[in-house]
Design a binder for this molecule. Structure first.
Ligand SMILES: Cc1cc2nc3c(=O)[nH]c(=O)nc-3n(C[C@H](O)[C@H](O)[C@H](O)COP(=O)(O)O)c2cc1C
Length: 361
């Protein structure tokens, strides 16, 4: 294994060597049999590209405008919980590296570093990408609101409500390895977790307890009224849900199956993208994640109608083996690969990435 990673797969190998088996299971695992997890990556790989030659490329670039902000490139770091389990600086290292690379950064509700510290670090960098706060709906509207008010006061640019995980998926690998957060690492925005209350035989812990406070579409309508910040919904996979999100005023849609960590056997996001892109029809930004590992994957996502992509596990791989430097390398390498893919396909700008790249018919 190379100690000089040249691609995202090299970072994955280095991270695996750096982490214990339980933490690796946390980072890498998928739900149940891992079918969606595998499908995500395979689906991008299996889409063939049909390059065009001799098109003018001078003056090309990867810039785009997203929610009124100009970005250097379409890479956004996905929200991921508990990054101090991987590196002492956790989310602070990831956010700094993302800002230095001009990438977007989404801070998880389940961060181990307070959102105010992250905002302060990132806002000093004039070349930074967007800084978004990922919201998990809390057991009461008041607690949800207090997180929103904190994110607004800290200067986050948008809220990303994750709607695909009212409960955690069936995470066999994590349970098998008994993953636990290291001592001194906790979800700093949330009250300490208490042992689940007793429930009577014949009752369901899920339906009779946890899900009593799960959000529904009425909560989205309420939420949209509570903040001036743009609101994106993450974890949309069905075109009808994308339409409903927009009808309720969502400012963006994140097509995601949570990296295969929630419901297993959901199709790969590359397969879901065309129908969701038709539903969104360019009215709001459409961001996709899941299995993006190569610059060609990014180009294919844009060709299928995405405005930008989120990158998950590869960022954690960089963090685990080399802190902020590792994250920066991952983002830079993916961006460099995207530029090469664009040039070799005859795309001068991201706007040139169209479905025509994926067919020669
Ligand atoms: C370790 C880990 C923790 C995650 N935590 C969150 C989270 O707190 N909130 C959320 O919306 N998504 C979470 N996700 C999902 C990611 O945001 C993203 O959808 C997914 O990782 C993308 O797939 P990829 O890892 O194949 O790039 C997590 C993913 C991983 C790998």
């Amino acid at each position: 294994m190379s100690t000089h990673p040249v691609n995202l797969s090299d970072h994955e190998s280095l991270a695996r060597a750096a982490l214990d088996a339980a933490t690796w299971a946390y980072v890498q695992g998928g739900a149940a049999d891992g079918l969606t997890l595998q499908a995500n990556q395979a689906a991008w790989q299996q889409l063939p590209l049909y390059p065009r030659v001799l098109r003018p490329l001078a003056g090309g670039h990867t810039r785009l405008t997203l929610l009124g902000r100009e970005l250097a490139h379409p890479l956004i770091v996905a929200p991921m919980a508990h990054q101090r389990a991987l590196h002492p600086q956790g989310e602070a290292a990831t956010a700094l590296a993302a800002a230095a690379q001009g990438a977007g950064f989404v801070l998880s509700t389940q961060s181990n570093v307070p959102m105010e510290n992250i905002a302060q670090l990132v806002q000093q960098d004039a070349g930074r990408g967007p800084l978004w706060f990922q919201l998990y709906w809390q057991p009461s509207r008041d607690t949800t609101l207090s997180l929103i008010h904190r994110a607004e006061a800290a200067g986050f640019d948008a809220l990303v409500l994750s709607v695909d995980a009212p409960v955690a998926g069936v995470r066999d690998a994590e349970r098998r390895h008994g993953f636990k957060l290291p001592a001194g690492v906790s979800a700093v925005h949330l009250p300490p977790t208490t042992a689940p209350a007793e429930w009577a035989p014949g009752q369901s812990r899920l339906f009779d307890q946890l899900l009593l406070s799960a959000p529904d579409w009425d909560d989205i309508a309420w939420l949209r009224e509570q903040t001036r910040l743009p609101l994106l919904l993450k974890g949309i996979t069905h075109p009808e849900d994308a339409r409903q999100a927009m009808a309720l005023g969502a400012n963006g849609v994140v097509l995601s199956n949570h990296g295969g960590r929630t419901l297993d056997t959901v199709p790969a996001t590359a397969q879901l993208l065309p129908a969701v892109a038709r539903a969104v029809a360019g009215r709001v930004p459409l961001i996709v994640d899941g299995g993006i590992r190569r610059g060609t994957d990014v180009l294919k996502a844009l060709a299928l109608g995405a405005s930008a992509v989120m990158v998950g596990r590869p960022v954690l791989h960089g963090l685990a083996h080399n802190g902020a430097l590792g994250v920066a390398q991952v983002l830079r390498q993916l961006r460099d690969e995207l530029e090469v893919a664009m040039a070799l396909c005859g795309c001068r700008t991201l706007g040139d990435a169209s479905p025509a790249l994926l067919t020669n018919a």
